[in-house]
Design a binder for this molecule. Sequence first.
Ligand code: BGC
Length: 490
Amino acid sequence: MVESEDFKSKITVYVVVCWILAAFGGLMFGYDIGISGGVTAMDDFLIKFFPEVYKRKLHAREDNYCKYDNQILQLFTSSLYLAALFASFVASKVCTKFGRKPTILVASSFFLAGAGISSGALNIWMLIIGRILLGIGVGFGNEAVPLFLSEIAPVQHRGAVNILFQLFVTIGIFLANLVNYGTAKLHPHGWRVSLALAGVPAIFLFIGSIVITETPTSLIERGNEVAGHKALKKIRGVEDVNAEYEQIKLASDIARQVKHPFKELMKRSSMPPLIIGVLLQVFQQFTGINAIMFYAPVLFQTVGFKNDASLLSSVITGTVNVLSTLVSIYAVDKVGRRKLLLQACVQMFISQSTIGGMLLVHLKATSNTLTTTQAGFVVFLVCLFVMAFAWSWGPLGWLIPSETFPLETRTAGFAFAVSSNMFFTFLIAQAFLSMMCHMRAYIFFFFAGWILVMGLFALFLLPETKGVPIDVMVERVWKKHPVWKRFMDD
Ligand code: BGC
């Protein structure tokens, strides 16, 4: 078998440009995640679209945990994820049939349309249609970009390159927080500016999708072997790419025999990467990260910060999110995936349960005895939590499913991972405010419980994939794992 050490590569300017342009797909996703929390906290926005919620917000002596509980307000946030869920399956077909590059082009076009319609919305339905278009963009982008990055990365840097996607997600969330901080002061159309600015990264992604190369894997799989060989030489920056070419060719020959990838995916031998890919995404959402990301401004208002201070607090968590992702880029190909995930479980468990404990004692339905110092400590704990997530379950939830499927089921399998992410993001976006209203501070213990479960999962069921070439995972990882080998045919 060809060893990864035989693969030659240099990092060229062109390949770095490709990585960065593609990663703009992550920025779009992150911007959409980050923008809705701030926008739904803006009075102008609430008065225009959700007057009921606005009225409730004005009642100062209302229940601390329930002031924002409104299903339609939540539908605004979560409609995007529902659209993305379905779109990712269509995107998987487009990705296999036409390649990663056109899929990214489609994503950017939907992003542009979505930003236009939602920022120009005259009524709630335009707003939601805009979100749905953005969601289709996310479905296409999140399907194609992580696969694109994993396929064009040299094996020894695959983790780091793939995490560029997550890095841009965190930059997108951060920028969205900054933008909201500024536009909250622009009356009455600040929210329109927030939504319209999503068009900027969409333009970058659009240009990017024209400039980047198609991945050699996708070219070869679709029968363009000469173009695939040429693309491989171009992205590796060396003449002798034969060892790697042969490996991709072999994987492609097998992949081409599979006419129905989704059917293939249901076979017993496809289960290990499928189960792992789906569970990683489900667990990623059950850390509670998006309860924090979407509703950080709302959460900080609940613990007693005023409007401005709460936006500022989410800027702080945004910065922590970006910087800690850099740690992951540095560490993932050195210490490996498993150690990062396990360490983070410990840190996230401590922070979620302490937040829960503090709120349980100090934040009652109609009274808030948190002092400024204690509220500051809650922000600190939130940062500790975000930090751990950002170097582990955040990036690895995307990386591992993009690198563990064999080529024949890669786009189909990854679509399940993407759609699981979207489904559970939707569920949390839709349910969080109501859950907070009913479970109160216990919601943080709920997430802490899940973190315990996912720690055990990572400990016993997750194989290490660091340094293994993407097209030999079956032989080198699945067939060797004490549990998963039982699923593999010879
Ligand atoms: C997750 C998002 C989350 C973000 C936070 C991503 O990996 O999929 O749901 O909001 O990380 O940085």
